[in-house]
Design a protein around this ligand. Structure first.
Ligand code: ZN
Length: 220
């Protein structure tokens, strides 16, 4: 397994060519497929649910890294797990009983991830870091792909990296939003080890494989 992981965000793929897009990610050596689930409530946009996760599952062997931007995520965890999610990441802003929610995810056989909006301070997730398999830092306000990277989120990654190291956690530290050839090295230096990328992979002028390869080259 790679030390640094690339997770193309399927939301930016051409949905009329899903199967070949997933195959291209796999052929290029992408590590995970990131799935941005939005409910039109926690975030303004509406995207996809367990049905599409099940569809992706039939088309790829890559782990499905599912990011739940939805209210009351605990109502849907089982459905996403059954559909084939490998990781389920929930927002601290939506989980009044976050430790229980992370336990619920683990009991479903998935890696348990926690994430926070750019405006939410790291202190809100600090107490659950020992229970998290994955911590996701959003470097844009969630809702739409193709938004500009927020540089102030770099220090948040560094802050969480420090806290994870202090507790000897092996959790993945993933970044999501505006990750490109320009911003990836900055996030890597801050301590991130998994990189969600949407536009830089799926809208690369030379195609998906070239997009993954260009990011991989920066991680050697
Ligand atoms: Zn995401």
């Amino acid at each position: 397994m790679n030390k640094y992981l690339i997770a193309p965000s399927i939301l930016s793929a051409d949905f009329l060519r899903l199967e070949e897009s997933l195959a291209a990610c796999e052929a290029a050596g992408a590590d995970w497929i990131h799935v941005d689930v939005m409910d039109g409530n926690f975030v303004p946009n509406i995207t996809m649910g367990p049905f599409l996760v099940g569809t992706f599952k039939r088309a790829t062997r890559l782990p499905l890294d599912v990011h739940l931007m939805i209210q009351q995520p605990e109502r849907y965890l089982e459905a996403f797990a059954k559909a084939g999610a490998s990781h389920l990441t929930v927002h601290v802003e939506t989980c009044p009983r976050l430790p229980e929610t992370l336990e619920q995810i683990k009991s479903l056989g998935c890696l348990a991830g926690v994430t926070l909006k750019p405006a939410t301070p790291v202190s809100t997730i600090e107490s659950v870091l020992p229970f998290a398999d994955l911590v996701l830092v959003l470097s844009v306000n969630p809702g739409f792909s193709g938004q500009a990277f927020m540089p102030e989120t770099v220090s948040k990654v560094a802050q969480i990296r420090k806290k994870l190291d202090e507790i000897h956690s092996c959790a993945y530290l993933e970044v999501d939003g505006g990750i490109s050839a320009d911003t990836l090295p900055v996030m890597k230096n801050a301590g991130a080890d998994a990189f969600v990328s949407a536009t830089a992979v799926f809208k690369h002028p030379e195609g998906i494989e070239a997009g993954v390869n260009a990011l991989r080259a920066l991680l050697q």
